[in-house]
Each structure stands twice: as C-alpha cells, then as structure tokens.
Write a protein that binds this ligand. Sequence first.
Ligand code: ACM
Ligand code: ZN
Length: 539
Amino acid sequence: MKSFLFLTLLAAAGLQSFCQQLNIIPQPVSVKLNSGTFTITNKTVFVVNDAEAGKSADFFNAYLENIYGFKLAKGSAQPGNYIKLVTKKNIEKPSSDAYNLVVAPMGVTISGDTYSGIFYGIQTLIQLLPVTKNVSLKIPAVSIADSPRFIYRGMMLDVGRHFFPVSVVKKYIDYIALHKMNYFHWHLTDDQGWRIKIKKYPLLTEVGSTRNGTIIGHFPGTGNDHIKHSGFYTQEEIREVVKYAADRFITVVPEIEMPGHAEAALTSYPWLGCPGTGPYKVEETWGVFNNVFCAGKDSTFQFLQNVLDEVLQLFPGPYIHVGGDECPKNNWKLCPLCQARIKAEELKDEHGLQSYFIQRMEKYINSKGRKMIGWDEILEGGLAPNATVMSWRGEQGGIDAAKQNHDVIMTPGGWVYFDHAQVQKDDSLTIGGYLPVEKVYGYEPIPKELNTEQAKHVLGGQANLWTEYISDPSKIEYMIFPRMSALSEVLWSPKKQRSWILFEPRLKQQFKRYDLWKSSYSKATLTNTLTRKKIKGKK
Ligand code: ACM
Ligand code: ZN
C-alpha cells in the first residue's frame, strides 16, 4: 500500500512538473512535450483558408495586439514561420469541438473537426505564450489532442439587478472564450430592471429600466441611496453582442423571467398583474416579490408571446430561457381570473397553474423551432414536455429531470454561484455563502444517483453571477476569477485527469495571465494554501 502511495505521488510529481511547464487551463486530454521551440514574431504568417477560420486568427491577433503590441499578417505558408489553421474530418475521437495542435520548430498547425475546434486550439496556443510581454514569443514544441467532456459550458450574467454596458458584456464574453466555454446566459429582466428594448412595448424600457434608488449595504440595508439606476440594450446593441459571441463560437441564451421576478414589467404595464394588486414599482431592494404576471388573463400570454417574437428575432440560438423560479402564489390565490383558470383547466392548485403557464409558453417556443430552458421550479406541478432544466437549488431538480428523460444543466448554488464569498469572512459585500475555488474545482456535474443513460441528459454546467451586490465591472472579474478557471476544467477536461494538486500550480500561472489582462481577481486561494500548509506543519 505504502509503495503504491509512493508511486502515485511520484507520478503526480512528474506530471506536476510537466504541467507547470505548460500551465494550460482547462487541462487538455493529451499533451506530448517534444524537443525544440517555435518563436512567434511579427514576421510569422497566419495561413487561413477561409473566412470562418479567419475568426480564430482574428481573435488571436486581437489578443497579440492587446497584450504584446503586434499582430500577424495572413498569407501563404512560409517555411519555418507560420501558424496554419485547417479543418479536418478525420480526428480520431470525433467531436464537433475536437482539435489537434502541433507546435514544431517549423511552425504551428491547428486542425479542428470544425471551426469551433480550431477556435479552441487557438485558446490553447494563447496559453502557451509567455506571460511576460515581448516582441518575440517562444513557445515549446508540443502535440496536443483535445476535446471537451461536456457540450454545455456556460456562464450567466445578471444585468437586471445592475446594468452593465455592452463593453463590459463583451469583455465577459471574451473571458468565456478564453476558457473554452460556449454559452453566455444573459439574465435580461428582473424585478429591479427590464434591460432589453421591445419595440411593441416601449414602456418596458422607458419605465421598467429605471429604479429610483437602491438599498445601502446588505439586505435589508441601512437605508436607500435614492440614486436612479438605469440602463437597457437597444436591439442594435443586442445584435452586436450576439454577433460578437458568435464570432467566438459562443451561443447567447436570453432569459426573460416569468411568471415571477416580473415587477419591472408590471410597473411598465400594470394590466399584466392580477386585478386588485399593485401599485407596482421597479424594486429598490432584493428578494422575492409577490407581484407576478397574472396567469388568468389571455392578454398576459399574448404580451409574452409578442415579447418573445422580438427576442426570437434577436437571438438565433436554440434556447430561450423563461426563468420560472421563485414565483410566489399569493396573488394567484386571491385572483378570480387565476382561480377561474385553475377551474377551467382542471388544475390541482397554484403549482398546477405555474406548470400550465410554463407549458403554454413552451408550446409557443417549440412552435417557433426553439427549445425552452427554465430553473428547476418548472418541475413543480409537472414538467413541460420538452423543457431543459437548470438545477440551481442543489442537484435534486437536475436528478429528477434527468430521470424523466429531460436535458439538464447543472448550476447548483453550493458549487457554482459565483456571487458567494471566496473567503470565510466576506472581503467585500456579497450575498453570503462561502464558495472557495477548491470547492468549485471539486464539483462533479454528473450526480451519482443517475445511471449511464440518465447521465447523458446532463449537458454540462454553468456558473451564475447574480449582481445584487455587484455594480462595478472590476467586481465582476473579482467574483469570477479564479473560480471560472476552475469550472472551465470541470466542464472541459476528462474526469479522471482532474486533480487539485496538479491544478493549483497551473492556477498560479493563470494569475499571471489575469495580470496580463489587467483583470481583477481573488487571491484567496493563496491565503487558503498558506493556511493549509501552516496547519499541516503543526501536526
Ligand atoms: C435563482 O437563483 N433564483 C435561479
Ligand atoms: Zn391573476
């Protein structure tokens, strides 16, 4: 047993020094270090066959220019000084996102099953670059074969609680790209703000995108700052963001919250609420509010379908997220129209009404050729037939949905809610909870309760960044880094390769990349490591 442990440690140490040399996050499936190096300079030529592969070259060039101050021309192969991008159909383990990256003294070749594969190869190439600025960038000769474990690798940003301009959203999308993640979930509406222009209903943004103040400090707050908080995206801006993401092989999932978290919409159009409720206001504090869409009126559904008609035009991706979480039933219980609906549709109770609401919206979304996602509350009262479930209140919702043969995206609060603190005692104002990077790294998206067939319904996972306590873009970075880097490895790398001992040294190099990017990040893990070492030393 002892010798087994010794050999394991020896193997880990060997692997560790190897990984330290390369420091790629997420760790690729297979890495072979060869002898020699290749040097990228402003004379290196990008060999690109078509415009789609050109997107990857453009991303690399933008990165080079931004960080190192030079970029490469596109042209035909120059012996000894090229980076060649090719699509290839015969990679051994076929996956739409697979790629091979070969760095040889003569040049670099990235071959992908598809264009997205090439793009991920480019992200790995970026991670081979030195973390010190230079005009000549020496990289090691390697052969890398790689493909992702999960097909859904997401990050959510809540712009309802605090609005962030397009430039900040684009930066967030760049971070997603740099981590080989591929979904950006954009939480666009909430009680505290409606952030997407809908041409048919102009008051949604004229009224619903502004609140008159925000509580000061942690809920319930020590007062109200009485400062207007406002902002929304025009449809041109939305299109710009969707294209920006698509150029990085990232799909945007828009979320329009219903039936709850709707008070900004109700403030804009009070007829959307149950009769006798209100007056409404764009909320200035955090939490769950009783004023929700009235489920008894057909006009509510007509309104939401009209809103979705514009949303569908703006977002070409397969998924539309309808929220579905935290919908109190107080108003529905007292509303004659909601009660009449329960009776007419022979529903069991208000949970049945929530299920009716979501199923009716799903039918509409499906009729337009798209798929619906909802938070795990959409299980209550019966799941809509084709719904994908985002499991956030732990994993049980995801387990139940997968057992019912529904697709699932894992976003459990205890592991991937990046609004939680990174140190035991909050070092800034956060919603609470303690989620160190080590815990994120240890997250396993496939619950052990699922058998092999059921596990196939787990498409992947996502971190959620709720922004009640985040108003400054640099705090977005502080909250996602380094936890997002850990999550990227959970979602990309083979399970058997995951090891905190091997990840930690690579993370230290990643900190240097954050510095290169001029990004803010939490250094809590360094403190945690020191504390661990101290504790160990005492024993
Ligand atoms: C959620 O955190 N309310 C989905
Ligand atoms: Zn009602």
